[in-house]
Design a protein around this ligand. Structure first.
Ligand code: HEM
Length: 469
């Protein structure tokens, strides 16, 4: 009865009525709520100020969210530099749901990635083997074919550089993964990857409709597609060995240990490699076009270098070779400086396999450890005037452990040579035949997940007018 009356009362009479009816029971109702709030406050305080004084200094941000939002909305140069200034070269934070220690000195990064790498296991990407590098050099002709397929379509049109570079890098990644194009499956796989990418750097909230949830579904579908392709390949290439590409290597020779991988392990590795390969390369390529566009003299110098090679190729009536790509010193330095300046992978992840004493601090088992490549690449002690795009700084080799666009140690990028090859082949054809003009005056950076020029750098591509001799 009391309850019925209470429900039928108008809302503005609620507090008085509530006290009148429940006055005597109030302490029993309020005490647990207050206790719960106190507990919440206490754990929040402990979160921000863990008791162990030996943990590195730093901020853990908000519960669960940590500093993730700041990391993915602020300019990464400022995010890391501010914390380094405040706390030193080793500091703690909390991102993507994990407590972590960030490391911004070359020597400390070397300890994590090389000398004491056994104490810090890689947690992402999952691929464990150097599988792509040795195969990469066999791909230069296929890469050139892809470039030649895309170039005419870009001429005299406005393109979104990032999007086009993604298509190019994706085609190359598919060839390196499968040895040849899987035309019928290509579009479907490409779309699933786009979905996977969107969720990759989102908050790991597995609720219906979140980017993370969609990415998980796409990942499952990708796995099914890959397993179907693997099954087909096993059938068709039973007699002839595994075939080309990463998939061929993984299916490989019956006598090799690698043959013992299960279909799902193979699928995981192939998915991991395509993922690691195309967005990274496309983002660096987008920056390359931006820097060359902004530095006209440099573009002309690169063009001269490439024209020299072009002349030799035409004279000898042959195609571009792997050896040609080894004789492009200026273009190579431009790529190195782009990798440094853009530092699209700001850091990598490791995880402490046990409690570790590190530079006078304590890193608890299970915490992530992040060597900050970007901060090291932008440190004026190693790269004077770091904000300036200056390829000539690579005329002398950088100091050891200061230039790590592809990581360091056993888990450094196995696709580094393939990525550089893709850039060299594209620049060879692009600089000698086309010019590009940035459309609009957007000069900022967008993050998704890698830092790239705003709006993906829309450019108008036109055939190059050769200057009179
Ligand atoms: C410019 C383009 C690229 C950049 C900047 C880049 C950078 C990196 C970095 C920094 C790592 C992490 C290393 C570590 O955690 O220690 C990595 C790992 C990896 N990359 Fe790349 N990468 C690029 C292109 C590629 C390509 C084209 C492929 C394959 C064809 C590839 C395949 C991989 C794989 C499989 C790993 C994991 C290696 C392991 O865990 O042992 N990457 N890459």
């Amino acid at each position: 009865m009391q309850q019925l009356l209470f429900l039928s009362l108008p809302p503005y009479t609620f507090p008085a009525t509530f006290i009148a009816f429940y006055g005597r029971q109030l302490p029993f109702l309020v005490t647990p709520i207050v206790a719960f709030l106190l507990l919440l406050l206490l754990s929040f305080h402990q979160w921000r100020h863990p008791k162990d004084k030996r943990l590195p200094p730093g901020s853990m941000g908000w519960p669960y969210i940590g500093e993730t939002l700041k990391l993915y909305t602020e300019n990464p140069n400022f995010f890391f530099a501010n914390r380094q200034k405040r706390y030193g070269d080793v500091f703690k934070s909390h991102i993507l749901g994990c407590p972590c220690v960030m490391i911004s000195s070359p020597d400390a990064a070397k300890v994590v990635l090389v000398t004491k790498s056994h104490l810090f296991k890689p947690t992402y990407p999952s691929s464990k083997e150097k599988m792509i590098g040795p195969e990469a050099i066999f791909f230069h002709q296929e890469i050139e074919q892809i470039v030649l397929k895309y170039l005419p379509a870009w001429g005299d049109t406005t393109i979104n550089t990032l999007q086009e570079m993604k298509r190019y890098a994706f085609d190359v990644a598919m060839i390196s993964a499968f040895g040849h194009k899987q035309d019928s499956e290509m579009n479907g796989i490409e779309q699933l990857y786009q979905c996977l990418e969107k969720g990759y750097n989102s908050m790991p909230l597995d609720l219906p409709g979140t980017p993370f949830n969609k990415a998980m579904k796409a990942r499952k579908l990708l796995n099914e597609t890959l397993r179907r392709l693997i099954k087909e390949r096993r059938e068709t290439e039973k007699q002839s060995g595994g075939g080309r590409g990463l998939l061929g290597v993984l299916l490989g020779d019956k006598n090799q240990k690698i043959d013992q991988l299960s279909d799902s392990q193979i699928a995981d590795n192939v998915i991991g490699v395509i993922f690691a390969a195309h967005d990274t390369t496309a983002s660096v390529l987008t920056w390359l076009l931006k820097y060359l566009h902004d530095n006209e003299e440099l573009l002309e110098a690169v063009t001269r270098e490439q024209e020299g090679i072009r002349c030799r190729i035409i004279k000898a009536d042959r195609r571009l070779t792997w050896d040609d790509t080894r004789h492009m010193p200026l273009t190579t330095r431009v790529i190195q400086e782009t990798l440094r300046t853009a530092s699209i992978l700001s850091f990598t992840f490791r995880e402490a396999v046990e409690d570790v004493e590190f530079e006078g601090y304590y890193i608890p088992k299970g915490w992530k450890v992040l060597p900050l490549f970007r901060t090291i690449h932008h440190c004026a002690d190693f790269f004077p005037r770091p904000e300036k795009f200056d390829p000539s700084r690579f005329e002398v080799p950088p100091r050891p452990n200061t230039f790590m666009p592809f990581g360091n140690g056993v888990h450094s990028c196995p696709g580094s040579e393939l990525a550089k090859l893709e850039m060299l082949v594209l620049l060879h054809h692009l600089t000698t035949r086309y010019r590009w003009q940035v459309v609009g005056d957007e000069d900022g950076i967008q993050y998704g997940p890698f830092p790239v020029p705003k709006k993906g750098l829309p450019v108008k591509v036109t055939p190059r007018k050769k200057k009179a001799p």
